[in-house]
Design a protein around this ligand. Structure first.
Ligand code: URP
Ligand code: ZN
Ligand code: ZN
Ligand code: ZN
Length: 473
């Protein structure tokens, strides 16, 4: 097995940092050693196959993006990244594992939906991948099938309180599915927005001629998110199911999560970089049809209401535990433009799988979060939350050698034609400048990115069976 020594860097974990060399043997981390260590009488540098010099740089566990939608059929079209293009873009950004959402559609069997996702991903990925299961049709058959998900390495499922007629579950269905979650240990992930009320408001706005992308954000008001988050928390409380609320954007929803946690309930929250930086006014409200680029659900929030500061604060205090991208890219041409003249026909989603580590590192530079917290929210907690920890999310002997060498003195300019390898004809982050740079990325010991070059290969990425969540209060 080829050996690699990452030397001279600062190894950063969720709990601290130290100057250390990292010895990689094959696909695994073999040792984390004092700098310049001698092993069995020989100087390691001269006895390994490859030396990677990380002097002045951070050595961190590869990013885990626990919320992506590669080639997902949605909104009358298909998310524009395939597993091949999307995982390659993720690798460029220092993400070495994604957890994508397999879909059980209405009328479909759960295991058929999961099987279809395996078919899409197998042999295509640049980095390792796991699956959550969307349950889009809660019925007796699917409730039974959910009990076998853990054996398939799928330890979490997502329900939708939004999108009536597509993925929507009513309260009785949510109650029943959460009972299974409580009984099996599967983590319930919730899209918490009041879909029926939103649809009524959308119809009202359209009837008034309010058809611009901006009104997507008006219809999906924070009250819709707060109410659904509270309802999900109460149903989880009743059933005893642990609950993970995805893509939280409203400060009022964060307050609901925080209150439940203060009562000792196993409730967790994820946010996304776009909710931390972008707004209803500046992006969704951009001139003409431009705002369509940022149509996603939950929506970008008003900057006048200070949601962003509250989200950053919650990241610091651990009321929000993870940052994922909810990568769901659509091109403007031929996809987003389906909603010209009717915002409700704009496919919902933003692509960003490539930029999560950089955007969150900017939070370190700006004094929003610590270096250790950066590693925790982008890698270690997602690993623990989704049953990957030990193998992923940590630099320690026996772990997969998924490692990023990050240069705090480097620079990253984001945008189409700069750093952008996603299959999109625009960037939601066009013009963003980051005071840091992903230099080298290893996936199970193999260098797949070095100096902005892709050295990986399609099919290197393997399916990872996940254990039950190791992240309970
Ligand atoms: O707008 C979004 N978030 N699109 C992806 C699907 C979902 O609800 O996560
Ligand atoms: Zn969702
Ligand atoms: Zn999503
Ligand atoms: Zn660099």
């Amino acid at each position: 097995m080829p050996t690699t020594l990452i030397t001279g860097g600062t190894v950063v974990s969720s709990t601290g940092r130290s100057e250390a060399d990292v010895l990689v043997d094959g696909g695994k981390i073999a040792a984390v050693l004092a700098p310049g260590s001698v092993l069995l009488g020989s100087d390691l540098k001269s006895s390994v196959d490859t030396v990677l010099d990380a002097t002045g740089k951070y050595v961190i566990p590869g990013g885990i993006d626990a919320h992506t939608h590669m080639e997902m059929p949605f909104g009358g079209t298909m998310a524009s990244d395939t597993f091949e293009t999307g995982t390659r873009a993720a690798a460029f950004g220092g993400t070495t594992t994604i957890v994508d959402f397999a879909i059980q559609r209405y009328g479909e069997r759960v295991m058929d939906g999961l099987g279809a996702w395996h078919e899409k991903a197998a042999g295509e990925c640049a980095i390792d991948y796991g699956f959550h299961q969307i349950i889009g049709d809660v019925n007796d058959d699917s409730l039974k099938a959910m009990e076998s998900l853990v054996d398939e390495g799928v330890s979490s499922f997502k329900l939708f309180m939004a999108y009536p007629g597509v993925f929507y579950s009513d309260d009785a269905q949510i109650y029943k599915a959460m009972r299974v979650g409580a009984g099996t240990g599967l983590l319930t992930m919730m899209h918490a927005e009041n879909g029926p009320a939103i649809d009524a408001m959308v119809a009202e706005l359209l009837a008034q001629g309010k058809t611009d992308p901006y009104y997507h954000g008006v219809a999906r008001a924070w009250q819709m998110e707060e109410e659904a988050t509270h309802r999900a928390i109460m149903l989880a409380n009743l059933t005893g199911a642990p609950l993970y609320v995805v893509h939280v954007s409203a400060k009022q929803a964060v307050e609901q999560v925080a209150a439940a946690r203060n009562h000792g309930q196993n409730v967790f929250a994820e946010t996304c970089p776009h909710y931390l930086y972008l707004s209803l006014e500046d992006q969704l409200g951009a001139a003409g049809f431009e705002g369509a680029k940022w149509v996603c659900s939950t929506p970008l929030r008003s900057k006048q209401e200070h949601h962003q500061d509250q989200l950053w604060q919650a990241l610091r205090t651990n009321d929000v535990q993870t940052v994922a991208t909810d990568h769901c890219p659509f091109c403007m041409k031929g996809q987003k433009d389906m909603g010209v003249g009717d915002f409700s026909k704009i496919p919902n989603g933003i692509g960003g799988v490539e930029h999560r580590l950089d955007l969150m590192y900017q939070g370190v530079v700006d004094g929003r979060i610590s270096l250790e917290r950066w590693v925790e929210i982008t890698s270690t907690t997602p690993a623990r939350m989704f049953g990957l920890y030990g193998r992923k999310g940590v630099i320690a002997p026996g772990a997969d050698a998924d490692v990023v060498i990050y240069d705090p003195n480097g620079h990253t300019s984001i945008g189409v034609g700069k750093t952008h390898h996603m299959n999109m004809d625009y960037s939601a982050w066009e013009g963003y400048e980051i005071d840091g740079h992903v230099d080298t990325v290893l996936s199970r010991g193999r260098v797949i990115i070095d100096d902005n070059q892709y050295l990986g290969s399609k099919g290197h990425g393997q399916y990872v069976k996940r254990a039950l969540s190791q992240y309970l209060i």
